[in-house]
Design a protein. Structure first.
Length: 332
């Protein structure tokens, strides 16, 4: 075949992309990467340690080799550097919890053709409700993604040397921003605003991280709960803007502007799309998730943020890409 002609290989891999989700999620469920990190080198050893069948272990290893997450050298299996960094249980940046969560979401994609036609979720059972049981797993899974981003934001803002500052974490989830920032700055204090069931999770996780004595909580919906006036030096708005529509984001940003002290900073963390909508790939694809699960959300362009933040009274807006799919937006 002429090497210049297209082949169907990539399209076939895209069509069967759910295989990758299934293999990775299953491997995470059985701690495959952790067992490999701890010395397992064969399907037999993996089967014994994970309590799975030999056939199942070999199938997972084959799939992980194909995905580029496990290497095979002289008949011995080992994690790639990428898997060792992000898929071993117990590491702060481990994404195994997220892999398990997303494996459970695969069935919802079958609704996407109808959701695209309708322009949004087909039922009222959207995820943005306080009593959704999926928060218990999701907020902890998202913490691993957010921790390195929170560290980057802290470095950019020089929070470690900022002294006695007040932080408001809107929709703080696991409390990971408070955990990272308070660990870096022993003089800082933080307030987390989120639904009561989620704040309960954050209380437990922040206690485990040893910063619970410097965190207070507001139980409520951030759409209606008062942020205060000139009360905070830094306000975080992480992984929320994509759930809101333009009007909702402008309204929240305006209230944040009033809540910030002079010289204060709003830190937005989200999947931000280039102005011409040519990338990044993760942010562009993530828009489908919002179409499935939110009434007004999407992945928004840099220009959208600039426009909304200007309307809300912010004069200075900057963007910072991170090594993850997340972009940081700083507004002053």
């Amino acid at each position: 075949m002429n090497s210049g002609q297209p082949t169907s290989d990539r399209i076939m891999r895209l069509i069967t992309g759910y295989w990758a989700t299934g293999v990775l999620g299953t491997a995470a469920n059985h701690s495959v990467f952790t067992h490999l990190e701890n010395g397992a080198t064969s399907a037999g050893q993996l089967a014994d340690l994970a309590g799975i069948s030999h056939r199942g272990a070999q199938t997972l290893l084959d799939g992980l080799v194909a995905l580029g997450l496990v290497e095979l050298d002289a008949g011995r299996y080992r994690n790639t550097a990428e898997a060792s960094a992000f898929l071993v249980d117990g590491l702060p940046a481990s994404l195994t919890g997220f892999a398990k969560v997303k494996m459970g979401h695969m069935a919802s994609l079958a609704d996407l053709p109808d959701v695209v036609r309708a322009g949004g979720p087909l039922t009222d059972a959207v995820v943005e409700v306080a009593d959704n049981p999926h928060w218990e797993n999701l907020v902890q899974a998202l913490a691993a993604q957010s921790a390195p981003v929170a560290e980057i934001a802290a470095d950019t803002l020089r929070l470690a040397e900022a002294g006695e500052i007040s932080i408001l974490d809107i929709g703080g989830g696991s409390g990971i921003y408070s955990a990272v920032w308070l660990a870096l700055n022993p003089a800082a204090r933080s307030t987390q605003l989120d639904w009561a069931p989620i704040n309960t999770i954050a209380r437990r996780l922040l206690a485990e991280r040893g910063v619970a004595d410097r965190v207070s909580y507001l139980d409520g919906d951030f759409h209606t709960t008062d942020f205060g006036t000139s009360a905070h030096d830094v306000v975080t708005y992480s992984n929320i803007a994509h759930q809101e529509g333009p009007e909702g984001n402008v309204e929240i940003f305006a209230r944040v502007r009033s809540a910030l002290r002079p010289g204060g900073t709003l830190v937005i963390s989200d999947y931000v799309v280039d102005d011409d909508r040519s990338g990044p790939a993760f942010a562009l694809t993530f828009a489908g998730e919002m179409l499935l699960k939110s009434r007004h959300g999407g992945t928004w362009r840099q220009e959208d943020y600039r426009t909304w933040l200007a309307k809300a009274g912010f004069d200075e807006v900057s963007f910072q890409r991170t090594p993850s799919p997340t972009t940081l937006v700083f507004a002053r």
